[in-house]
Unconditional design. Structure first.
Length: 218
């Protein structure tokens, strides 16, 4: 059983589903030459994709182009369905730092064949994740600086105020498609600057007020 914890709390959350939002930063959409969609681009990762802080990423042998994507993670604290926008943040109990690692070559091939591309997103260790901080400690989740360094070199830098959908909008909209349960995790999208990682790399992600995440690649 995979669990999530909130700093300063003895409570643990059994992780259910990890629901992810793609194409939520305009600059990232443009760098990959993707189309802007009015509908949310949603995909899921299994709980088995989780990797704890200071863990080791294992890139599958069937890929030669794994990319990093730094994201704000949202931990759901209570069950909800069709959550009104005005109430959405009350369902959030914590925020964390996450990486959505993507096998870009596999994803591209799956897209070209008109096939789902979860196999490019859901492999073991594809979701490195920090512990969460209490939601009450975050002044405004829609105005947080985030940055990622690879081997000490800045690769990604942005702010959650660049998101096309706010955290509240994401939670509310996702709850139309899925019942959100306690322990579910939402990934909110990545800013521009995604790129390849290889064996030996050290990745360090930081989100203002939330914390940091460090993993290595084997």
């Amino acid at each position: 059983m995979h669990t999530a914890t909130i700093t300063g709390s003895k409570k643990t959350y059994n992780v259910g589903k990890i629901v992810c939002l793609g194409r939520n930063y305009l600059d990232h959409i443009r760098e990959l030459n993707n189309e802007i969609s009015d509908q949310p681009v949603i995909f899921c990762k299994p709980a088995s994709s989780l990797l704890k802080n200071d863990g080791q990423v294992v890139i599958p042998t069937y890929s030669s182009d794994c990319h990093h994507e730094l994201e704000l993670a949202v931990l759901i604290g209570k069950r909800g369905k069709n959550i009104p926008l005005a109430d959405a943040l009350s369902y959030v109990c914590g925020y964390g730092v996450a990486l959505d690692l993507t096998l870009r070559d596999v994803q591209t091939q799956q897209k070209a064949n008109g096939l789902p591309w979860e196999i490019a997103k859901g492999f073991d260790t594809s979701c490195p994740l920090s512990d969460f901080v209490p939601a009450s400690q975050i002044t405004n989740p829609d105005n947080l600086d985030l940055s990622l360094k690879v081997n000490g070199q800045l690769r990604q830098h942005g702010n959650t105020n660049m998101m096309m959908r706010s955290v509240a909008e994401i939670v509310s909209e996702f709850s139309e498609f899925y019942t959100l349960d306690e322990g579910d995790i939402i990934l909110t999208g990545t800013p521009a600057g995604v790129g390849p990682i290889v064996s030996g790399d050290i990745l360090e992600g930081v989100i203002e007020q939330v914390g940091s995440l460090r993993v290595s690649v084997v």
